[in-house]
Design a binder for this molecule. Structure first.
Ligand SMILES: [Cu+2]
Length: 138
């Protein structure tokens, strides 16, 4: 198509500029068409337990994170943080609903924690987040 493009002889705009304008226009249309699908395919957290800022009775706490999409559980990570340091890697349970990941932390002392999650959605994109919460005495 580009090889055979012939601008009208009475138009003074250089061919290269006209082609790049056409390219940008086509790219804009392509992005507009693709963005909604891609955004929907990202894993966004819908609700969770613990949720942000809540108190959970210890010493054992079950983590349940519900996403808007299916998750590749084998390539997702849950880490319990204390301050800025990783405190405990939580093994994600196999099975269950494909858009929910669960894990259990046992023997937690009362105090402030952050649940750091990183999940891989089936579109190949990784999303991350943190949920600060407090463990209380049983
Ligand atoms: Cu995505």
């Amino acid at each position: 198509m580009i090889c055979c493009y012939k601008p009208p002889s009475n138009v003074g705009v250089p061919v290269s500029i006209r082609l790049s304008t056409l390219f940008v226009a086509a790219l804009t249309v392509a992005l507009a068409l693709w963005s909604p699908d891609r955004a929907q395919a990202h894993a966004i957290i819908v609700d969770s337990s613990p949720s942000v800022g809540t108190e959970m009775p210890g010493p054992d706490v079950t983590m349940t994170l519900h996403y808007n999409n299916r998750i590749d559980k084998t390539r997702s990570r849950l880490t319990l943080m204390v301050g800025e340091k990783p405190f405990l890697k939580l093994p994600i349970d196999e099975g269950g609903a494909p858009d929910v990941i669960t894990a259990k932390a046992t023997g937690l002392a009362p105090g402030a924690y952050r649940l750091r999650w990183q999940v891989l959605a089936l579109d190949g994109h990784i999303t991350r987040g943190e949920i600060p919460f407090t463990v209380t005495a049983p």
